[in-house]
Structure formats: structure tokens, C-alpha cells
Design a protein. Sequence first.
Length: 255
Amino acid sequence: MSKSNKKYIIANWKMYLSPDESVKAALAVQKKLRVARGVEVVIAPSALVLRELAAKLGKKNVKLAAQNIYWRDFGAFTGEISASEVHGLAEFTLVGHSERRYVFGEQNRDIKKKVAAALRSHLTPVLCIGETRDEKDFGETSEVLYDQILGGLSELAAEDIHKVVIAYEPVWAISGNGNARPCSVEDLTESVRLIRSHLNHLYGKKISENVSVLYGGSVKAENAGEFLAVDGVDGLLVGSASTKADEFLKIIEQA
Ligand code: PEP
């Protein structure tokens, strides 16, 4: 169960759109957006357009997220972007997305530092967790979620845990990874129950009820409503379907 009174609908544009396409799509979303109270709409575009979009969108109904940050604040780290550089341009950052974990080899020891760095720079970290298909087939989902929650949050003080948003994204459900299929409502219900139960075990009941837990993995306009209706789900992280402004708007309408 969740006591969060907010719903988050977050678009992860990965490397799908060019800078010009990103600006066009974000402005199209903002123009037609009618959001219910308590619904936060967030777009994670290419880092190349964060500055331009921050200026064009203003502090209105669409917020911005970085797709990734490095945990050091500055220095000789070729190709990286720090949370402090993102601060002022975005309010959120994804951390530990499965493509970061499995394509770029990020480990919990990096991810926990990134979560802490995000909070240090006043960004809300969206910590992505989820099991692979093999882990699911071997019945290891609960252990994987426990390890990734503990691994991602272990650098935080207890009073900061509630500031993190958790996105449950089973790797086997993420489109673009071949043979992806959306999570069933039953599997999602069970995984969200496990996540809240692990949070309860690690940090207590209040935190387990107050942390926002989102779902991501092949969300589209036609299935968004059923995921949002699952007990304990506080929103969605949407990849490929969010790159089309009209489809993303239809998903938002259901929150
Ligand atoms: C994602 O990678 O965060 C994601 C949810 O992707 P998709 O919606 O394309 O499965």
C-alpha cells in the first residue's frame, strides 16, 4: 500500500530523439497537457537539450530529469555529467537504469553513490530496480529486489530515504531488449508488495508506505491504466511510447 499523494509519469527518451526532435516533442507535450492535481509529469531527454528545455519549459507543468549522473561533483572524468551540473536544469535524475547496469556495467557500489550525489545536489533520484528474465525464471526476484534496494540506498541517512522514488522495471519487460513483454498485473502486484515489504524490513513501516514506487516496462496508452490501478503503484516510467507526444499525453490522462 502507498500513502503517497503524488503520481509520477516519467518519460525516458534514452537516445531515441535528436536534440531538435526532443525540443519539439517536449513543447508539444507541454502545450496540450492538462494534468490533474498531484500528477507530476517529468521528461528525461538527452542531456544535450536539458539547458534549452529548462529555459523553454520554465518552471511549469513539465519537469525535467537527467538520464544519468556521475557521483563526483567535478574533476577529470571524461564524458561524465555531475549532479551539481544538472542542478538548476532538472529536478530529477534516473539512477541505475537497467541499461546502465547491464550495458555499461554499473554496480550497486556506483549506484548508491549516485543516489547520494543526487540528493546532495537537490535532485530527486529515481532508483531503477528489477530482475532479469533468468533471475525471474530461477525464482530470485525477491533477493534481487532486496539487494538492489539495499545496494542503492545504503549511503543515505534514514531521514533521506523517503526522498527517493523507486521505479520497478523488470528487465524482461523493457522494450528494445528483444522479446520484451509487459509485466502482468499479478506479477506487478507481487513485486510491488515485495518492494514495500523489503523497505519495511530495512527502514520501517512509515518509509515503506511513503516511498513512491513506479512501474516501467512496455507501458503504452492501452495498458497504462491497468498498471496505475495496481495497489501500491504511484506512477509510471515510460520509454519508447513516451517519445510520441500524443501517446505520452494519453498515458498521462490516465493518472
Ligand atoms: C525504460 O527503459 O525505462 C522503459 C520503461 O522502456 P520501455 O517503456 O520502452 O519498455
